[in-house]
Design a protein around this ligand. Structure first.
Ligand code: SAM
Length: 240
């Protein structure tokens, strides 16, 4: 998959996307990532990318033309249509289900705002969808774009060393939270690993993990249980 990021700080994306699973996905040729700086498409000695808002008020607004030229260049950089996403606190909240959908697309263009945001006319003309990473306001879209890049990169086939690990993560499958995990040593000053995980009995381990997921979800995110369509066996584990 290919992701183009339109940002005043392309170096931020370069830094964020070199380590861990995202770095590996790029090395393995599973993800191509390129930054596009609207300043490179701005005119005049000062290469202005923003101006004062009509109607007055604080802050600056990103200009249409440098952004539009950067998006056009990003679109032309590879064959095939690309959907354009504006990272915005006003956008559709990002969920794991939406991440799965995005990860299946061949191309994404992520547009990062700064200042008070972007001239509305640019959004109307060029953006297919606005995406929010949560109900809080960041100073720029780069962190949000990095979140999207990370979340979709790890879902590319071959990015994770064990593909099963993504399927067992929180919000996957029927949408429950993941169970707790333990590793060596068995005995530690902070406690002992639950006996069932040492039993070698795969059915018991699976049942224990399922129960932990159910209970955790009930305690921490009860609204997720309502959507999980639990069966009789799950109800029994939850009540046990
Ligand atoms: N005035 C805007 C508003 O209240 O909707 C906020 C502008 S914010 C200071 C600057 C930029 O950060 C936005 O244009 C957007 O690209 C990005 N941003 C801020 N919060 C975000 C969030 N929760 N999710 C995604 N992007 C966000």
């Amino acid at each position: 998959m290919r992701i183009d990021v339109v940002t005043l700080f392309p170096e931020f994306m370069d830094q964020a996307a070199t380590v861990g699973v995202v770095g590996r996905a790029r090395e393995r040729g599973l993800l191509a990532l390129q930054g596009w700086n609207p300043r490179d498409y701005a005119e005049g000695n000062y290469r202005r990318v923003d101006d004062r808002p009509f109607g007055g008020g604080p802050g600056m607004v990103m200009l249409i033309d440098p952004l539009r030229a950067a998006i056009t260049a990003a679109r032309a950089a590879a064959p095939g249509p690309a959907r354009v996403f504006y990272m915005s606190p006003q956008g559709r909240p990002l969920t794991q289900a939406r991440v799965r959908e995005l990860a299946a697309l061949p191309r994404l263009i992520l547009l990062c705002g700064r200042y008070e945001g972007v001239d509305e006319r640019l959004l109307q003309a060029e953006v297919d969808e606005e995406l929010s990473i949560g109900d809080y306001v960041l100073s720029g879209g780069e962190l949000a774009a990095a979140v999207v890049v990370d979340a979709v990169a790890r879902l590319q086939n071959g990015a994770l060393n064990d593909a099963l690990s993504a399927e067992q993560d929180s919000f996957e499958g029927d949408g429950l939270l993941d169970c707790p995990h333990y590793t060596r040593p068995v005995e530690h000053a902070l406690g002992r690993v639950p006996d069932v995980l040492l039993s070698g009995n795969h059915a018991d381990i699976a049942r224990w993990r399922r129960q932990q997921s159910l209970v955790r979800t009930a305690v921490r995110r009860p609204e997720l249980l309502d959507e999980a369509a639990l069966g009789q066996a799950d109800r029994r584990l939850l009540d046990a």
